[in-house]
Design a binder for this molecule. Sequence first.
Ligand SMILES: [Ca+2]
Ligand SMILES: [Ca+2]
Length: 604
Amino acid sequence: MKKNVLLILIIFICNITNAQNQIQNIEPPFWFTGMEYQDLQIMLHGKNIADFKPTLDYEGVKIISTDTTDNKNYLFINVKIEKTAKPGLLLFSFNKGKKSFKFSYELRAKRKNYKRLDINTEDVIYLVTPDRFVNGDKNNDSIKGYFQKADRSDVKYRHGGDIAGITKKLDYIKDMGFTAIWSMPMLQSNMPIYSYHGYSITDFYNIDRRFGTNDEYLNLVAESHKRGIAVIKDMVFNQFGDGHFWTKDKPDKNWVHVWDEFTYSNFNGTVIPDLYASNYDRDRMNRGWFDKWMPDLNQENPLVAKYLIQTTLFWVEYAGIDGIRMDTYQYNYKEFMNDWLKIIKTEYPDLFIVGEVWMNDSEIISYWKKGNNNRDGFNSELEYITDFPVQSILNNVFSSYKGIYELYNTVSRDYLYDNPLTNMIFADNHDVTRIFTFCKEDINKYKQVIAFLLTARGIPQIYYGTEILMTGDHHEILRADYPGGWEEDTINAFTSEGRTQLQNEAFNYITKLLNWRKNTSVIHNGKTLHFIPYKDTYVYFRFNDKNCVLVALNNGKEPITLEYDRHSEILNKYNKGKEVITDKEILNLKDITVPANGLVIIDL
Ligand SMILES: [Ca+2]
Ligand SMILES: [Ca+2]
């Protein structure tokens, strides 16, 4: 038995050298046995590879067909992997007349009894810009062969933050009370300029070396799981970075959307659900490019579709992640996204998948959510969605551009959703003005925003640095370095001594609320009862058969006493409570005062 393994290894090594002359890229780099998904497409890239005919002899694995395109440097082998197939090395032979070569392809076993962490309303997600959070390994700041070197003096350059840094701060994240992390993409994005954000991917199967290695990413998942923290991977299907080898040598003339001259998307999501929309506008939305260096992938090409689906299955299986955040959801073909979701959910029914639909209108958001019977017959398979209507209204209300009535008004549109609890709620993220900035650096308004996020329906997401009142209103500024994340930093906001008094006030406040929320199931799954705001105050209750929490946000300039009669339909079931932030006992529910520009959260 051991001899056989050795022999296979020798053959494997010989073949790699042999195949290296012929094949530059093989994707996916390896695959798995025991999957529901059995029709694997292996993409081979090499000079005139399409002229070769592959054969394979392996029990339980068969070549079904091959696909070629107008580019002879690509060959797609379609392989059927039976459930009974054993892990091992597939030895492919390639022949073209008298020329031949072999190469080995690894089949690993799918994880058995793997415990993925659920992500649901019990969780609060911490969003990180990995280049800007913590530099855990100085040795990977600049990597030979990569375009951009680290330079912290330039906001558009790489700063050196990495996976090692996030891993080092998992306890910090956990102690604050977060139970999930979402990091902006960390796959290779080797672009000459402006690549730190990660959304222009140049290798769908490898972590950017400036963030670390694939092994370090797997380790991040393992270390997170030890602490009960779930990991959400940011994925991008709409586009890739033009530093990818696909740009120099395009796999197929229809691999990306081609225009006679460069054409932007119209960035107008309303045309997708619009029953009257023209093909012209829809085409521009779906087929137009996000930016000049981001070729727009054509997911109507079945080769592209399969390629993308497999990258997902690969990462879920390989890294054991718990969730996916899908970028620019509505810029992809919606039917393709449904196919993708069905396949991924068949393989991993418990996987959390949230789609970014950046629209401020609840009606449009509901179009993209599962269970919404749309007029055009489209029924999205997407369960979780980014709640931009709530984000934009929190910004508008607490920047004092609109009154608090508008927050109530937005929440009152929840009838549009089959299940509002599957909305991911947030007040800012890596793309929009930070909370403390839109609150005009008013800590009392900041506290109301945080209170809303951590008591309203849905799954809250908080952007890194919110806990220390980081500011910023455009991309590079709102993605600033976390102070103390770099060895040379003079301020270390990871410690209470390194924070200002005001930062500690914010930090302690959010820590207290997060840890309270963690054990307060009525916030996770309770119903909502709310009242038309009066005297600039929005009052709502989260309740179930056993528990009830009252939240009152007073955005006005005067303190108010809540009108008992107005709320008596629910308040008359209780006679006392405890204010969550101050721990004060409230013995008279007829005399609840909400401070001016302040709030109360009362556990009844
Ligand atoms: Ca680094
Ligand atoms: Ca597109």
